[in-house]
Design a protein around this ligand. Structure first.
Ligand code: XMP
Length: 506
């Protein structure tokens, strides 16, 4: 178990992911909320920070129970903080140093650099530099611009590095983390999907006993994996509810429901299309749509849940990035769209919450799903927003518009699969625009809808870039859409990145 102390760096989550990739379990805690029992941690990593350690308002972690007692690695701010606090000198550089640099080793055979060659490329991102090291700090490496790029403290397993081993551009970063965690701190590499499944199933059994649990399935990866874990633990006492809000992809409700049944899940499908579309009648504001859909969902779900007698738990597919976001140093970030808040269901449901995926990153959720034998096609599905097609129909929603968009979307997504492009794209879909344009079909003038196609590359949805899909692919898809879908006479492709655009149009 590894503790990562967060000082608010944009890279903190990345450190955690790199550690997990070594099959080592780790947790991120804000620097000012140390876990009470530190004995569970075999190593500690200090993250970077947007603050300079010379700023009086900079984070001031209390390392008295850590430094010299548990192997410790300070990254960027973490390294500067230790140097500054123990008698060294940290100064502001004239320019922010950002980008590639190459390491020269001062001392050979340092265990932290085992297997890493001279001139190894590292990634810098800092505006302070450690000018001089305190006594007993031993310089291990420099770069052409940074004298003290890496140090250790004599007689301790304490290390500081100015560069960021967690980012992709630090070529040997993973090796360095492995050296620190596995060879120096001797943390066991036992965090594997199968160990996670065994451990979680045992925990769930103990926590839930013979009680009943309710879970809302969405067809997405997280809720499906959460349900499968719970099913393994408590079998038929898991009552799943899968709501059709009428805004899913074409045929999705039936085909996913079928899949769930084949997986042996105790699932009830509820078709509430009319209720949702009625609630959305006349609504065109994006946030209003989300509210209406959220409220309708609660109404339907609450109704169904009350049919499950004596349920005591509500299960959710919350994953680690949501948890980190809600407890991070900087607090949850500004609301751009309301889904970015971690909301729960209302109090009146009075159920205890169980979240079996709370500590997993998305890629780990997929690996755990694969470990349990969930179909790879289901696990590889693109993310799909909770409000579904409602936020891809700009303006007012009608049944007719939903069915037009479902047809367009199905042609696009099927073609991506056919052309083996589906897995190269992080998320894709079609958007129905609230404008008509003039066209000509046969000898007739048409005046019909425009659709936009969107396909993006991303790792977490926070930033995204449009995908350079082949022209002949776009041409085929555009032809098929216009020829087959009545009511559409024009197709455009969205070439905006996020930021400044967002992935969805609403
Ligand atoms: P944006 O549009 O904010 O989307 O760039 C980022 C990711 O979030 C999804 N998204 C939502 N998911 N409820 C959800 O469950 C929502 O209201 C919602 N809005 C956007 C979007 O599909 C993308 O994956």
């Amino acid at each position: 178990n590894v503790l990562i102390l967060d000082f608010g760096s944009q890279y903190t989550q990345l450190i955690a992911r790199r550690v997990r990739e070594l099959n080592i379990y780790c947790e991120i805690h804000p620097f000012n909320k140390l876990p009470e029992d530190l004995s569970a941690f075999k190593a500690v990593v200090l993250s970077g920070s947007p603050f300079s350690c010379r700023n009086p308002e900079a984070p001031q972690p209390d390392l008295s129970q850590i430094k010299g007692k548990i192997p410790l690695l300070g990254v960027c701010f973490g390294a500067q903080f230790m140097a500054h606090n123990f008698g060294g000198e940290v100064v502001g550089s004239n320019t922010r140093e950002f980008g590639r640099a190459n390491l020269s080793f001062i001392k050979d055979k340092e265990p932290l650099f085992k297997g890493i060659l001279e001139q190894s490329q590292v990634w810098m991102s800092h505006s302070d530099s450690i000018e001089s090291l305190p006594d007993h700090f031993i310089r291990m490496a420099s770069t052409s611009d940074v004298l003290n790029a890496a140090y250790r403290i004599e007689g301790e397993d304490t290390y500081g590095i100015q560069f960021h081993p967690e980012v992709y551009h630090s070529k040997d970063g993973a090796q360095l983390l492995e050296n620190f965690l596995v060879h120096i701190a001797q943390v066991p590499q036992t965090w594997t999907p199968s160990a996670f499944v065994d451990m979680t199933v045992a925990d769930l059994k103990e926590k839930i006993g013979d009680d009943k649990v309710i879970l809302g399935l969405s067809g997405g990866v997280d809720s499906t994996v959460a349900a499968t874990l719970l099913h393994k633990a408590i079998g038929k006492n898991l009552h799943c509810i899968f709501v059709n809000n009428g805004l899913l992809r074409k045929n999705e409700f039936d085909s996913v429901l079928d899949q769930y049944k084949h997986m042996g899940l105790n699932v009830k499908g509820v078709d509430a299309t009319d209720l949702f579309l009625d609630a959305l009648h006349g609504v065109s504001d994006p946030e209003q749509k989300r509210k209406k859909i959220g409220n309708s969902f609660i109404e339907v779900f609450d109704d169904e849940a009350s049919n499950v007698k004596d349920a005591t738990f509500l299960a959710q597919g919350t994953i680690y990035p949501d948890v980190i976001e809600s407890i991070s140093v900087n607090g949850p970030s500004a609301t751009i769209k309301s889904h970015h808040n971690v909301g729960g269901l209302p109090d009146f449901m009075k159920l205890k919450i169980v979240e079996p995926l709370r500590m997993l990153f998305k890629d780990e959720v997929r690996r755990v799903g694969a470990e349990m034998g969930i179909d790879s096609k289901l696990l590889g599905r693109h993310p799909f927003p909770g409000p579904g097609l409602a936020i891809r129909i700009l303006g007012e929603i009608t049944k007719e518009k939903v069915s037009i968009l479902q047809e367009v979307d199905a042609i696009f997504i099927d073609a991506l699969r056919e052309w083996n492009l589906y897995d190269k794209v992080w998320q894709a879909g079609a958007i129905l625009l609230p404008v008509n344009s003039v066209g000509v079909m046969g000898d007739e003038r048409t005046y019909e809808k425009v659709v936009a196609l969107r396909a993006v590359e991303s790792t977490d949805g926070m930033t995204a870039d449009w995908v350079d899909l082949p022209y002949n692919f776009l041409q085929k898809v555009s032809n098929q859409i216009i020829n087959r879908v009545k009511g559409v006479n024009r197709v455009v492709y969205d070439i905006s990145s996020k930021p400044p655009a967002t992935i969805e149009w609403e």
